[in-house]
Design a protein around this ligand. Structure first.
Ligand SMILES: *Cc1c(COP(=O)(O)O)cnc(C)c1O
Length: 435
């Protein structure tokens, strides 16, 4: 039987004008996609080598229960993470519930009362405001007498080296650098830029610890923050390094002492990393890490494809269609509430799970404006899977990320465009003029 791709897309509700426009954009991105494939190939070999060097065996796939003493799967996985990311040690656990938890754990275990935390890259990710105590919160670092200083980026988003030099003081114990922009309006830093910042800080104060919030950044480049001078880095397994298969978890990797501190805080003084049963998740942790480089490259292809589609249609996209990529997030300013809703409906309609539901704006706790979210994920809330969200306020930006396969990301974006067309925000004429 002859398979006709165009016909298949048509049956999925994608009209010919959208299909042809998508095809043209994809064709023009071939060279860029090839480069993403090369990065994935390098990272795939890096992960494979780490698994082989640490003798991952069939026993490692089994889980333990109870205390989890001598859990070979857990202990070997931590060696694999340490090898792949070039750290001395790693803590990779299902007991770390999310990215915020991993970051809170890393901070709380490596800071003591009287110490100061410095962010030299402006305001950290929203959820960290409560961890630090920028917004007063139960159990925050502030409650334990750990103070916080922040140096904002300069207007051109470069590092304020003078300001950082002034902010460093004898109490500064730890510097936190967030790699991805998250939902802030600044560019994501390249690993090289992070390296420059690390050199500057270590040049002044070789004794301070540098932590990188690596969320959304893993495997986007061939190097990671530990390669350029960071002491430890932290991330979530339902983002990049879980490869879409890890059902929960977080990691901390880097200097042995920093990782040990985190282990003693996660479990208990005296117990540290020696306890913590891996239950039944080891296979998904290993397999997810194995898949992560190609999953991340699929997500980046989706992000770049979306940027190129929407920029040509006159929407502001961040990063723009040509920029280098340092994380997997793409923002599209849709300018009108109804357009943002239509975009999210398209992403939802393309999902493998819950494709038949329609996302609705809702009053999410902690947000002033209503928020709309589209996700039809195998793992609840996993943002390495194709997902989009945005607050219903000007400029009505959709934040879009993930895609376990490039083909799924592509369908999601074409579907979002189809919904905008159906609702009259984009016309067939406009698409045809761009062919
Ligand atoms: C997602 C994210 C976090 C928090 O992770 P959660 O799993 O949502 O708690 C922290 N920092 C950055 C940059 C992130 O992208």
């Amino acid at each position: 039987m002859q398979t006709d791709l165009k016909e298949f897309y048509k049956e999925a509700g994608i009209c010919e004008a959208v299909y042809k426009f998508g095809k043209k954009v994809e064709t023009e991105l071939k060279d860029r996609f090839n480069r993403f494939d090369e990065i994935a190939e390098y990272n795939q070999l890096k992960v494979l080598r780490a698994m082989q060097e640490n003798k991952v065996s069939v026993e490692c796939m089994q889980g333990t229960t109870g205390y989890g003493y001598d859990d070979i799967g857990r202990d070997t996985l931590e060696k694999v993470y340490a090898s792949a990311f070039h750290g001395e040690a790693a803590l990779v656990r299902p007991q770390i519930t999310c990215g915020t938890h991993a970051l809170a754990l890393a901070l709380m275990s490596n800071l003591r009362p009287g110490d100061e935390l410095l962010s030299p890259v402006g305001k950290p990710y929203d959820t960290l405001e409560e961890v630090i105590g920028i917004r007063p919160s139960k159990g925050s670092l502030a409650e334990y007498g750990i103070t916080y200083k922040q140096v904002d980026l300069l207007p051109d988003f470069s590092f304020d080296y003078e300001g950082i030099k002034k902010a460093l003081n004898p109490r500064t114990k730890l510097v936190t650098i967030q790699r991805s922009k998250g939902y802030a309006m600044r560019p994501t830093f390249s690993v090289e830029q992070i390296g420059q910042l690390c050199s500057f800080i270590k040049g002044l104060r070789p004794d301070v610890l540098i932590m990188v919030d690596n969320c959304y950044g893993e495997f986007v480049e061939t190097i990671e923050p530990l390669d350029v001078g960071a002491d430890f880095m932290v991330g979530s397994l339902i983002k990049n390094p879980g490869g879409g298969l890890a059902p929960i978890g977080g990691y901390i990797v880097g200097k042995k002492e920093c990782v040990e501190n985190a282990a003693y805080r996660l479990t208990s003084p005296g117990l540290g990393a020696e306890v913590g049963a891996s239950l039944g998740v080891m296979r998904s942790f290993y397999q997810g890490f194995f898949f992560a480089p190609t999953v991340v490259s699929s997500a980046i292809k989706g992000a770049v494809f979306a940027a190129n589609i929407y920029e040509r249609l006159g929407y502001k996209v961040i990063p723009d269609s040509k920029e280098e990529r340092y994380d997997i997030i793409q923002a599209v300013e849709l300018r009108e509430a109804e357009a943002l809703i239509a975009f999210c409906e398209g992403i939802q309609a393309a999902a493998p799970v819950d494709s038949y539901v329609s996302p609705e704006p809702w009053d999410m706790p902690g947000y002033d404006d209503q928020v709309i979210m589209a996700a039809g994920a195998f793992v609840s809330g996993a943002s390495i899977e194709l997902s989009a969200d945005g607050p219903l306020r000007a400029p009505y930006s959709a934040y879009f990320q993930g895609g376990l396969t490039w083909y799924h990301a592509k369908l999601g974006i074409l579907m979002s465009l189809q919904k905008l067309l159906d609702k009259g925000f984009v016309t067939e004429k406009q698409l045809e003029a761009l062919l």
